[in-house]
Design a protein around this ligand. Sequence first.
Ligand code: IPM
Ligand code: MN
Length: 367
Amino acid sequence: MTKKLKILILGGDGIGPEVTAEAVQTLRVVADLGGHDFRFEEKPIGGVAIKAKGSPLPDETIQAALGSDAVLLGAVGSNEFNALPPSQRPEAGLLKIRAELGGFANLRPSFAWPGLTGNSPLRPEVVEGADILFVRELLGGLYFGRPREWDKDNNAAWNTMRYTRDEVTRVARVAFELARKRRKRVTSVDKANVLEVSQLWRATVTELAQQYPDVQLEHQYVDAMAMHLMNVPKNFDVVLTENLFGDILSDEAGVITGSLGMLPSATLGGKVNLYEPVHGSAPDIAGKGIANPLGAVLTAAMLLRYSAGLEEEAAAVEAAVKQVIADGARTADLARGDKSVKVLSTQEVGGQVRNVLAARTPAHAAR
Ligand code: IPM
Ligand code: MN
């Protein structure tokens, strides 16, 4: 069946527009091959939006996002705005669009790609076979809790880590449901030996687990988890955690794949799903055409899976990425000074993914 989808593109800052362009081209190829109707619209967010419109999330961007079927975002953040308070920085635009769209379950898969295990600073035998799905709560915790303030008169500042039982239950449910389709294990990460909010988290997750007797639940403290993730990444299947812990652990999980540039994400559960690679705007390499587009391309695959219902096409994009890696075509972040690896540009790697995709698709699909 052909699918019709209105996709809002928010390239954002730094390498955001470069990698997003490759993701969009991938989606165009999928649409052409399958006869799907994907329409794309672009709006500003982050630092570019502050400059053009005076706000990190202009109203027109919010309206376009709410009127779309899926939002594909690049990255936000720029050193230019480092002196500003959090509420005025480019990042505020990202947090606001997350809140407006309402997605609370941020899925961040981390996978040891065959062919990239030598690229991780961890020994290949440690990472080989690792396949983790982080489910990061995205709308609560320290990011959104109140009160929050820097009281300059008193040289004090505070943020609030707050969760309600319902907020924990709804994201935990997503983790248990996803675990059912995988290896049926959930690791819930908290700091229940110190924080009341983590005690609520743990009690809530434990209670919900009774509805999933087929899924094995374990709890880990976040400090120990940071270590286990590097020692025995293969031990984990679905990792469920609150907002800030998930932010930190998902960057750490970039070590498993060999590059933060490989990690995609999808945020589900709200009015419109939001798709963004895990990496940031990388201002140091912006505009050079050397950024790794695969995180964004894999993010497009998640969009096909979760917003278009095109599971086969999503899997085909992932298989194409696997193929391109196996062929040794890499951006600089994946080359690690290895002279046998051909270092390609952002566009060349994106182009190779599209070539593989087009070649794999049976001719009858290309009506
Ligand atoms: C991420 C990013 C964001 C976050 C920033 C840019 C606000 O680090 O998506 O992981 O902290 O959530
Ligand atoms: Mn992050």
